[in-house]
Design a protein around this ligand. Structure first.
Ligand code: FEO
Length: 168
């Protein structure tokens, strides 16, 4: 059984993951309208992955006999100055999420809830990848600067990203 404290924190994380999903879906809409289907595709897949993260927490709370409480999803931005701007916000956001996951690990340790600590390991590893990926695109976009052909080529590359559901 989950402690009330941990149950509340996991419910807050479900909301944070859905907020992330909403943020990336907004970026997908922005780039679709901006004639960049590859960037739109990349962020749409990011949206799906965040939904998967939310569901992973959702199923875990239920599995542990806790009560899921879905809270309202806060407003997200609607437009970005450039692809670089969007990826910089992505990295900043993922760093915040990493902090939230780390806080959850600390709480699980405090509560001596080893099952939750073990479940969270997947997210600890995932965050390393999320931050590295965003940083990689930031580096590339800084090299490309305002070069239209560079943006066009990257858009083509991002078009090929395919969605793979995360393992349960
Ligand atoms: Fe669910 Fe991008 O962290």
């Amino acid at each position: 059984m989950l402690s009330k404290k941990l149950e509340a924190a996991l419910n807050a994380q479900i909301n944070a993951e859905f907020w992330s999903a909403y943020l990336y879906l907004s970026m997908a809409a922005h780039f679709a309208a901006d004639g960049k289907p590859g960037f739109a595709n990349w962020f749409e897949i990011q949206f799906k992955e965040e939904q998967d993260h939310a569901l992973k927490f959702f199923n875990y709370v239920i599995e542990r006999g806790g009560k899921v409480e879905l809270k309202p999803i806060a407003k997200v931005a609607q437009s970005w100055k450039s692809p670089l701007d969007a990826f910089e916000e992505t990295l900043k956001h993922e760093q915040v999420v990493t902090g939230l996951i780390n806080d959850l690990v600390s709480l699980a340790k405090e509560e001596k809830d080893y099952a939750t600590e073990s479940m969270l390991r997947w997210f600890v590893d995932e965050q390393v990848e999320e931050e590295a990926t965003a940083q990689g695109y930031i580096d590339a976009l800084k090299m490309i600067k305002d070069n239209g052909f560079g943006i066009y080529t990257m858009d083509k590359e991002l078009q090929s990203r395919a969605y793979t559901p995360i393992a349960e």
